[in-house]
Design a protein around this ligand. Sequence first.
Ligand SMILES: [Zn+2]
Length: 365
Amino acid sequence: MDIIEEFKQLVQIDSASGREQAIAGVLKEKLTALGFDVQDDGAGSTFGGNTGNLIAVKEGTRDGSILFCSHMDRVANGCHIHPRQQDGKLVSDGSTILAADDVSGLCAILDGVRRALASEKPCPRLEIAFTVGEESGLWGGRVLDLSQFQSPFCFVIDSPGTIGRLINGAPGLAKLQVEVEGRAAHAGNEPEKGINAAHILCHILDTLRDGRLDEETVSNFPLLGTGNDATNVVCAKAWAKGESRSRSREKLQHYIDYFQEHCQKAATGTGAHVTTRTDLSFEPFLIDEKAPVLQTAIRALKRLGIQPRIEQGGGGMDANIYNAKGLPSIGIATGYTKNHTTEESLDLDSFQKSGLLIQALIDEA
Ligand SMILES: [Zn+2]
């Protein structure tokens, strides 16, 4: 099947984080038809999803093994997609995302594998992981059992940008939360007996360093709320939720520590009780340019006459999890831009070459 036709077919199968069963079923059929042994690892049950990661393995006809990964879920607004082809690109009809993130990755892997098998050249052991719940928190990747793979590294086909872009690093992310407990009091009769939690929370946020912290560290606190549903009571509870990202593990930890300390300090003397919660969602990673995983990708691109561009990404991906677990992994771009928005598009030249790149990677493995 032509890669563009296959893309149109797959994006029209509705999918979402934790709701990947339909597309997983179709992918399982396709991989089985190509001679793969395909398993569902049950990862869906760990986060309330309706299906697990799809693990596909085809034994090699020569030494070596290679692992590819893409995710089957999409961000919100990824159902009822009507793809259109215009000006050398695929776009949605403007009412939904296009879901090239990450259907383009699924298609590139299928296309490359088909080409490699049709070439009748001896193939290494082919290993594929199509993950679930990536967009909602890398849930599938977190529980993926990497010990079942023989490949020494992994190519995660899930990055924006045109063909040639290789992602060798990405920031880590911490989720941060502060809750202020004050004291309720009647706002008309005795406001002086209350402790205004909203007021204290505003002071905490107003004096907190956030936004761009340095060239590789940021933070953002966009979610605020109180326990009040009436204006006649002094606010007894107020909270804020946010996140911090950094390419440096030390700087991320430094900000987590600072955040906790600052929230306590800023509320000193107010009588309020402040609690903070911090969760490290995933670690940052940075792969050395000389590492075999990157060198293999560079050789495969050069084989196709494409200039490699090695860059660090800005978001979290399954590669963050795999690298933290000790499996060197990089991201590979397939031609999409403005992913997660209704303006998402997929450059057809890059997309078609991404299938050839998968084939070249198999040859290089
Ligand atoms: Zn993605």
